[in-house]
Design a binder for this molecule. Structure first.
Ligand SMILES: *[C@@H]1O[C@H](CO)[C@@H](O)[C@H](O)[C@H]1NC(C)=O
Ligand SMILES: *[C@@H]1O[C@H](CO)[C@@H](O)[C@H](O)[C@H]1NC(C)=O
Ligand SMILES: *[C@@H]1O[C@H](CO)[C@@H](O)[C@H](O)[C@H]1NC(C)=O
Length: 515
């Protein structure tokens, strides 16, 4: 059985270019963001047209190569990687409540060090390094003593096996869906329409035993079979796998502390293909939109008397309710979202609930005591309808349920949340800001909540995306968050109408994208 396809790609729209509109009351970033939206399609399309081969005459490169160096062209002593992974910086200024944060490169567990003809990737989470050397050059002899778990020539051409759906979108965003040769996991969890097309066409093999899906002997056999068929292939590993297995490169993105850092792992995917310039740009643009919504939330919440109270909970059959834990703002992605959007997420009070295997669960009465007065209830799973059916008597007593302010994660179908959410952290967060009432200025520039569903008022999304034949290898472009910064003196400038020029252009873009 196949899940419904969901598509967010922007299909070759002829987007108008918004001219910068100087405005005395709006910061310069306004125009930048709106203009980026328009330019993005063009830039993505041209970004891979990098110089194919170093010309013999040149003594330095302006781009990373998108192919191998031939013997004739190789020049010792030049930097073959002028484009380097640069993790974006988290902007502490945007932390409203502010637990301690060391302003640093965002990634805690990923670094890439560059040398003339090779790069060394370090995954500190699994204590491993991977040596990536420019295809067509000799790998550095002094590095080949077994210290690197994987030695790989780049741009990588041997194919990739995916073992978890979150590994898909970063590859799709840098335009390398074409390198995926196998999917070793449950096909039901796949959302990407173009992945599904490639599977249907036999271009991507699926390895999955539905009768014994969690048998590690069987899944290990699948990985070995993939390597037998793709001797130069690479397997992306998950946090639950064995990092020491042959040709497994563990993707530890979700082990990072912040949404920004999790997303920055797109730099590793790009480094495999010398596409750091592309990933740096995508990461920086996403981050600037994220900063924008944080700034707006701060402006909008400045005039509010109370911060909205959010009950963020999961329900596990046979165990009970699991409540958010936000000892620090960067504890989980949703703690960060609460901080970002100026909302208070309810923590499980000390001693409430029952502990099982290190996790705490609340029964219905305990949940009621803790969460009855919350303004908003986020049920961060895909089972609200069945849980509500059985527990309506209790749940109907919650203020959030009475006010129809319950949201689950079915805004984009059943599985897209896990697969794609982290790659659209700017959009998910703006969604959350919108729900708590600190999103965009609704009168001028409404944000349509994409990832959450109002679980009481709306049916689960049945959005069906498709992958046009000419798009199967095109980059995935998430719908952007369209945040437009509000000036700090928002209400007065709104009245004076100084916002209008930028808004009208942005509105044109919106209209085109949502038509
Ligand atoms: C990685 O190495 C560090 C220091 O060498 C050590 O403290 C840590 O436990 C190691 N982690 C793993 C997963 O082996
Ligand atoms: C896993 O599968 C193998 C091969 O089919 C089988 O021999 C083994 O008993 C299975 N292991 C478990 C724990 O079921
Ligand atoms: C709960 O749902 C059941 C079945 O749908 C319904 O019969 C019952 O009246 C509901 N209870 C309340 C308090 O609404």
């Amino acid at each position: 059985m196949k899940p419904k396809h969901v598509l967010h790609r922007i299909h070759r729209l002829d987007l108008p270019i918004c001219e910068p509109q100087p405005s005395p009351t709006t910061p310069h970033i306004d125009v930048m963001i709106v203009a980026q939206v328009a330019l993005k399609t063009l830039v993505v399309a041209s970004a891979w047209l990098v110089t194919p081969i170093a010309s013999q005459a040149s003594s330095s490169l302006t781009n990373n190569l998108n192919d191998c160096v031939s013997d004739n062209d190789f020049q010792a002593g030049i930097d073959y990687f002028p484009d380097k992974f640069t993790p974006v910086q988290y902007t502490p200024e945007f932390l409203i409540g502010g637990n301690e944060f060391v302003p640093d490169s965002t990634t805690d567990v990923l670094t890439i060090d560059y040398f003339n003809t090779y790069k060394i990737v370090t995954n500190k989470h699994v204590n491993q390094t991977y040596l990536l050397y420019q295809c067509g050059t000799e790998p550095p002899a002094d590095q080949l003593d077994g210290r690197h778990h994987i030695v790989l020539s780049v741009p990588h051409k041997g194919g990739i096996a995916i073992t978890g759906t979150t590994q898909i979108v970063p590859l799709e965003m840098i335009g390398k869906r074409s390198e995926i040769r196998a999917y070793i996991d449950n096909p039901l969890w796949l959302t990407s329409p173009c992945m599904n097309t490639l599977i249907d066409d036999g271009k991507i093999e699926v390895f999955y035993d539905e009768n014994d899906p969690y048998n590690s002997t069987i899944t290990k056999g699948f990985r070995q079979e993939f390597l037998r068929r793709n001797p130069d292939g690479l397997i992306f590993g998950t946090l639950f796998g064995d990092p020491t297995e042959e040709r497994v490169m563990t993707i530890s993105a979700s082990n990072e502390r912040t949404n920004v850092a999790t997303f920055d792992w797109i730099g590793l995917f790009a480094a495999l293909f010398n596409l750091e310039r592309v990933s740096n740009r995508i990461a920086a643009e996403t981050k600037s939109r994220y900063d924008c919504s944080a700034a707006n939330a701060r402006v909008l919440s400045a005039n509010r008397v109370d911060r909205p109270i959010v009950l963020w909970a999961f329900y596990f059959e046979g165990l009970g309710w699991s409540l958010a834990q936000c000892p620090t703002w960067d504890h989980t992605y949703y703690c960060e979202m609460g901080e970002h959007c100026g909302a208070d997420i309810i923590n499980r009070p000390e001693g409430v609930g029952t502990e099982q295997y290190g996790y705490w669960y609340l029964n219905d009465d305990e949940l009621y005591e803790v969460g009855k007065d919350a303004d908003i209830f986020i049920f961060a799973m895909n089972t609200w309808d069945s849980v509500y059916q059985r527990k309506n008597e209790t749940l109907d007593k919650f203020k959030s349920v009475q006010n129809k302010m319950v949201f689950d994660i079915l805004g984009q179908g059943e599985w897209a949340w896990s697969e794609q959410r982290a790659a659209e952290y700017d959009v998910v967060t703006l969604d959350f800001c919108e729900i708590v009432g600190n999103g965009n200025d609704v009168s001028q520039f409404p944000h349509k909540v994409k990832w959450f569903r109002n679980a009481i008022e709306d049916a689960p999304s049945q959005e069906i995306g498709e992958c046009a034949p000419e798009d199967v290898y095109e980059p995935y472009e998430p719908l952007e968050s369209f945040c437009t910064p509000l000036p700090a003196d928002y209400s007065s400038s709104f009245r004076s109408g100084s916002f209008t020029p930028i808004m009208s252009c942005a509105a044109v873009l919106m209209a085109m994208l949502f038509r």
